[in-house]
Ligand binder design. Structure first.
Ligand SMILES: Nc1ncnc2c1ncn2[C@@H]1O[C@H](COP(=O)(O)OP(=O)(O)OP(=O)(O)O)[C@@H](O)[C@H]1O
Ligand SMILES: [Mg+2]
Length: 364
């Protein structure tokens, strides 16, 4: 595992403007240019996809973003505006402004309205457009602040350690409290869509060949998260976002997660009739298998199956159906237990069913 790549990825994902990447550059234009170039070369050595064969996806994401930052930095240096925040056209917004010690943010749209919170779209004031898109989540009632606090705690915990699974987790940029005392989080906006919107587009579900890459991403992020003693506790279609063009996937909404439940006594915080395991209703202690149950249900939903009966379209290969049904067994001890183990088994199954992996784009 390359920690340098993971740390650099983390820094690049936290940056909202060129100055966050290249720092406070002093001197005349020539000197500033030379320093920026040096920093760019040093960072690109770390994140170049050719140098990171074990994690090309993470490297590629960081490299593309870094190159974009460098191009913009060069432009600002030439124009003599390096060090000044850009006034971008969205800075005025249409709604309200949030000011924290770190940044100023403008809300410009509503992305989603949940039961307890609203997720708004916006941008960081003075950011480079492409890097400053944010999703702001605000809980409607102060009594739910504990859920926001829980999401902040879990994301900070997961982000504090470099990992190549961070590419499947939301990036927490900032937090704030409204004048009414409601807690809010500022997340980097994910340029993907959740599984509800995928099913709106694919009314009969997606092909098994697409379902498997989504499952692969979910199992790998859960393998990591479970190894940290964290159970997501609320995996459902609104909480998995995908980006079809490069098959990335993000597991979001960590409000309901349980941290080290066996030791801390942390419990399930919500029950979803279609996607939660039976032990959630029974208020048993959260275990990794509870998340895997929800993953199985989610995959049945992705395929256009019936989550109540666990039936899947007849076009889905028998072996794949059997594999998924192992996730949704009612008894927790009889079902899939270990995300990494299932991840490995899935890779073998894919090859057995369709031969060597090939990239297949899902059109949306
Ligand atoms: N970082 C993000 N980038 C883009 N869209 C997001 C992001 N986070 C959330 N969304 C969108 O908002 C929806 C709701 O997000 P989330 O589940 O985190 O909040 P919520 O459902 O409103 O909260 P709760 O479930 O606690 O009531 C997601 O399904 C997704 O469509
Ligand atoms: Mg939610």
């Amino acid at each position: 595992m390359d920690t340098e790549l993971q740390m650099t990825y983390g820094c690049i994902m936290q940056a909202v403007c060129v100055e966050d990447v290249f720092g406070d550059l002093k001197g005349d234009k020539e000197k500033v240019n030379r320093t920026a170039k040096k920093i760019y070369y040093r960072l690109s050595m770390v994140v170049h996809p050719d140098k990171n064969v074990d994690d090309k996806e993470m490297a590629n994401e960081a490299f593309v973003r870094l190159s974009e930052f460098y191009e913009r930095a060069q432009k600002k240096i030439q124009q003599g505006t390096y060090g000044q925040r850009i006034e971008n056209k969205n800075d005025k917004g249409i709604g309200f402004v949030i000011k924290t010690r770190k940044q100023e943010y403008v809300i410009s749209s509503t992305l989603a309205e949940g039961d307890l919170s609203v997720v708004y779209g916006g941008n960081c004031v003075g950011s480079d457009d492409f890097a400053g898109q944010i999703a702001v989540k605000i809980f409607g009632d102060v009594v739910d602040n504990r859920l926001a606090q829980n999401e902040i705690k879990v994301l900070e915990l997961l982000q504090s350690e470099p990992s190549n699974q961070n590419k499947h987790l939301p990036v927490l940029l900032d937090k704030f409290k409204t004048t009414n005392g409601q807690l809010g989080t500022i997340l980097r906006q994910i340029d993907g869509c959740d599984i509800y919107s995928i099913r709106e587009k694919y009314k009969d579900g997606v092909d098994g060949k697409h379902m498997v890459w989504m499952l692969n991403r979910l199992l790998s992020v859960l393998g990591y998260v479970h190894s940290k003693g964290i159970i997501h506790g609320n995996i459902e279609p609104g909480h998995f976002m995908i980006r079809p063009k490069d098959h990335n996937g993000w597991l979001i909404d960590w409000c309901y997660a349980a941290v080290n439940p066996a030791r801390s006594g942390d419990r399930f915080k919500v029950y979803n009739e279609d996607f939660s395991a039976p032990e959630v209703k029974e208020q048993k202690s959260p275990i990794p298998a509870s998340d895997l149950y929800s993953v199985g249900k989610l995959m049945i939903y992705v395929l256009g199956g019936d989550v109540k009966t666990n039936t899947m379209p007849s076009t889905v290969e028998d072996k794949l159906q059997r594999f998924i049904k192992f996730f949704v067994r009612e008894s927790p001890i009889q079902r899939a237990q270990d995300a990494w183990e299932m991840h490995a088994q899935l890779s073998e199954l894919i090859i057995e069913l369709w031969g060597p992996k090939k990239f297949l784009e899902l059109k949306i």
